[in-house]
Design a protein around this ligand. Sequence first.
Ligand SMILES: Nc1nc2c(c(=O)[nH]1)N[C@H]1C(S)=C(S)[C@@H](COP(=O)(O)O)O[C@H]1N2
Ligand SMILES: [Mo]
Length: 317
Amino acid sequence: MLIRRPTALPSSEITDSAIYASRRDFIRTLLLGAGTAGFGLSHGADADDRTGQSLGSLINSPFSLHDDKPTPFKSMTSYGNFYEFGPDKESPAKHAHRLRTRPWTVTVDGEVKAAKTFAIEDILNWAPLEERIYRMRCVEGWSAVVPWVGFPFSELLKRVEVTGNAKFVEFWSLADPEQMPYIRLPLLDWPYREALRLDEARHPLSIIAVGMYGEVMPKQNGAPLRLVIPWKYGFKGAKSIVRIRFVEKQPETTWIKSSPDEYGFYSNVNPDVPHKRWSQSHERRLGEFLKRKTLPFNGYAEQVAGLYAGMDLRKNF
Ligand SMILES: Nc1nc2c(c(=O)[nH]1)N[C@H]1C(S)=C(S)[C@@H](COP(=O)(O)O)O[C@H]1N2
Ligand SMILES: [Mo]
């Protein structure tokens, strides 16, 4: 997500987006003071922090892409968004070491017959872990190819009984000011919350990721478990999830609450629908120089376009 301070304008990141005309944005950027950095060039202090914890043998997923080469591990761990650890792209790598990932539980409640709380150790045994090489596209214009490790979200649905009222599912991230220093600032409406329509969550491409590059998830990427929805902008993938709630009505999410005219509920990657402040037609892969064309549904149209049949994707952006 992009919250930009005025001095950061000469961004090598997304030239198209370096327009922030409205007074409201200006004030917001002053308040929030986010910075930007060159693509794949700058690395946080703790950048080379492989977790070194293997996840054992992994199943190769038929959903993996093999045409693009994965983004270097170091780029994926040193450049990213995790506002609980600060608004700069380098903040997560600097501060996420403060996150404690054990003990860790995930509570599943809302429109379920009985609420349940699962320990991470059990979740890791739900299903054989798969390697899923996915494209990822951030709403701000950068992209990556990431070998995630995880299992389909639908594994959860085998373990809770959702009621007939459940139409949407919310994902809540941890919000602990002791571990996450920026929770004390009103950068966003904490805890970070995202949501999907239930049929989107059930889609076989939707995964809960517990690792990447064959290893336990680095803290800055959302340890110990996060959501990955490859056809949507990256912000839909809530990190460090502690609560999953099934609900009847379309929920309010963190970014929509922060800026409803800029971030939509669906946020399917769409090169034809610009963000309010910049084009979405192209993207820059982390570690690369030339931009490439952004693909509808981030290249997953064949698999997911049917979920949105008959919907106006400009209105439902
Ligand atoms: N809890 C939480 N989850 C989050 C974010 C965040 O700030 N907090 N940022 C989102 C955004 S904007 C992006 S692009 C991705 C980045 O994931 P990555 O750092 O693994 O690339 O995480 C998403 N999940
Ligand atoms: Mo993002």
